[in-house]
Design a protein around this ligand. Structure first.
Ligand code: HEC
Length: 147
């Protein structure tokens, strides 16, 4: 019984990345979806079905990027909640929006490049746009050994 309960608690935590805060859970889920899309694109082969799926994922990244400002509209900060958002995010909102918009543009560029058959360069640009925002507005991972 105890064991079952423990398993359930672990599962519940895995399903709720905001650990009880629905606003934080929503923004983290969107980020996880962006990550999953990039993995699918990076692993896709050159065949027509792969290309079609990769293009859909790239468009999903562009749509996800458009949702970022709304998902972060409400100020929710650590240490009260489990989040790595920096306080500056709610002070430099224009810069935050610009970085999200930049990702939207590069993801659309990636989708078009996939359609045209060559997407290595555009994928690198999308990844750079993810990192640009993380470096500026995301706190370092407390569990990471480096940085
Ligand atoms: C405009 C800013 C911005 C952009 C662009 C951005 N992110 Fe994020 N991302 C954040 C912030 C801020 C957090 C921290 C959220 C939190 O902990 O509350 C985050 C968190 C994450 C997380 C961790 C989610 C979790 O479960 O804790 C992943 C994964 C992630 N981002 C992937 C991506 C990928 C992949 C891209 C590009 C396709 C991307 N992000 C683009 C700002 C951004």
């Amino acid at each position: 019984m105890k064991r079952w309960f423990f398993g359930f608690a672990v599962l519940a935590a895995a399903c709720d990345p905001g650990e009880g805060d629905p606003v934080v859970a929503a923004r983290k889920r969107q980020m996880q979806a962006l990550d999953a899309s990039l993995t699918i694109i990076a692993q896709s082969g050159g065949g027509p079905v792969d290309r079609m799926l990769a293009e859909i994922e790239a468009r999903a990244v562009a749509e996800g990027a458009a949702r970022i400002p709304a998902l972060f509209a409400e100020r929710r900060l650590p240490p009260e909640i489990p989040s790595r958002a920096r306080a500056e995010l709610w002070e430099q909102t224009n810069e935050f929006r610009d970085l999200a918009a930049r990702l939207g543009r590069s993801a659309t560029g990636l989708a078009n490049a996939i359609k045209a058959g060559d997407f290595v360069g555009p994928l690198t640009q999308v990844e750079a746009d993810c990192l640009a925002c993380h470096r500026r507005f995301r706190l370092p991972d407390p569990n990471a050994k480096t940085r």
